[in-house]
Design a protein. Structure first.
Length: 443
């Protein structure tokens, strides 16, 4: 006992700094029992992968050698060097929370984390990928670095925001969950102005009980949805992929909370669809409660992966999958050097059809920006929207929305500094700068 440093007189009565006490949701200890001491402009609570035996790895071809994947140390270093330091210099602090497995989220106390912060504003950054699976438990189970179980993770993020700690990367919890779960796909497929292929969902229990019956339910539902959409006189969406009576069984089967196209299968025919459904929902360690069945676009000549900043397309990648293998997976990913090359090589060099597609993309991107404002009143800085293009006939193109991805998307190898289209656009690190630009008193 004699070796313990005695508390100084009045240690428990040190007055709090006024700015620390303004927000009752963010209590500051204000005494020598708290970590740190000097007040700073911003406190960043950073959640990152911490299982030492499972290091972060990424494909430079997809993510870019300069920037790295958005859960990697390289990206986080760029985030602070390019987004935080130019704005705050050294007037900030970082409290890092290293996650080794998903069980740890239940024991995290937002109030404790807030009490350790000395910033006038406090915000949270989450450099993790939520999925519905047990392959997110670090050393406990077979795992992939950076993946975390969506259910306990989003519960923790909800508690953080309920404590007044705002999410500054990538999105607030309600929008983040909506995008990663793909719940927006069936919700908007009947709204023709968004050009989303018709989609329905099947419960996992139905697939496990009778995959063939589940496939029939999906096909019947999509047929009814198509018939109803055709009755709408004001429907201005693409029509060339509508099923005919003889071909009402071309679909894409996919899972939510999945990345990089890993859980997407193309199937045609009732039995093939049943097999695809059963395979996806019975994968080891997966916890998805439903599976999506989507009407397949008749012919995808290429995809345009648009980087949309504040509602405007500032750059794009032109890509395609050259083939579909015997198991229904898309293979042989290819990238064109420019839009001109993509038009010439994959779009029959049809300039009129190409211009029609580009005009549709601009209009759709604006609509998606407004939809995002409906999901979250705080403007979404950036998303990547993937459009599927089909040259229907000379001078005419159909454009479908394939994916709306959250911040933290793959740049596809574009250099985040030299990306053309906008001087302000500097990849995901640039998105971070925009995220921090309007930080208010609550972070």
């Amino acid at each position: 006992v004699s070796r313990v440093r005695p508390r100084s007189t009045g240690a428990w009565n040190i007055p709090r700094t006024e700015s620390w006490a303004q927000d009752p949701l963010l209590p500051r200890c204000g005494t020598e029992i708290a970590a740190g001491g000097a007040e700073v402009a911003v406190s960043f609570i950073v959640f990152r992968w911490g299982a030492a035996k499972l290091p972060i790895q990424y494909d430079a071809h997809s993510w870019g050698a300069a920037e790295g994947s958005t859960v990697s140390n390289r990206f986080m270093e760029m985030f602070f060097d390019r987004a935080v330091m130019p704005r705050f210099q050294y007037d900030y602090e970082v409290l890092s929370v290293f996650i080794q497995h998903s069980d740890e989220f239940a024991g995290i106390s937002p109030e404790l984390l807030a009490s350790l912060c000395r910033g006038r504003s406090v915000c949270a950054l989450y450099f993790l990928w939520p999925i519905q699976g047990q392959q997110s438990y670090g050393d406990k189970l077979a795992s992939v670095a950076g993946y975390v179980d969506a259910d306990p993770f989003f519960q923790m993020v909800t508690r953080m925001e309920a404590c007044g700690i705002h999410t500054r990367w990538p999105h607030t919890v309600q929008l983040w969950r909506c995008l990663t779960s793909k719940e927006w796909v069936p919700s908007l497929c009947t709204a023709s102005q968004y050009h989303v292929p018709l989609t329905t969902r099947l419960s996992k229990s139905l697939v496990l009980a009778d995959p063939r019956q589940a496939a029939r339910h999906a096909l019947d539902a999509l047929s009814l949805l198509q018939a109803e959409r055709r009755r709408e006189a004001s429907d201005g969406g693409p029509r060339n992929s509508d099923w005919t009576y003889c071909q009402r069984d071309k679909v894409v089967v996919k899972l939510g909370y999945s990345y990089e196209g890993l859980d997407v299968k193309v199937a045609q025919g009732e039995q093939a669809i049943a097999d695809a459904l059963y395979m996806l929902v019975t994968q080891p360690c997966y916890k998805n409660d439903c599976v999506y069945v989507q009407q397949r676009v008749n012919c995808v000549h290429l995809e345009v992966r648009c980087f949309v900043v504040s509602g405007k397309v500032v750059d794009a990648l032109y890509t395609r999958f050259a083939r579909i293998d015997c198991h229904g997976f898309m293979r042989d990913y290819e990238k064109a050097n420019s839009g001109t090359d993509a038009m010439r090589d994959w779009f029959f060099n049809d300039q009129a059809a190409w211009q029609s597609a580009m005009d549709q993309i601009q209009l759709l991107s604006h609509r998606w920006h407004l939809w995002l404002l409906a999901q979250s009143a705080e403007p979404t800085v950036s998303v990547r929207i993937d459009y599927m293009l089909e040259r229907v006939s000379p001078g005419k193109a159909d454009v479908w929305t394939g994916e709306v991805g959250e911040q933290g998307y793959s740049m596809g190898g574009i250099d985040p500094v030299l990306a053309p289209g906008s001087i302000k656009y500097k990849g995901n690190a640039g998105m971070a700068m925009h995220c921090l630009h309007n930080m208010g008193a609550h972070g």
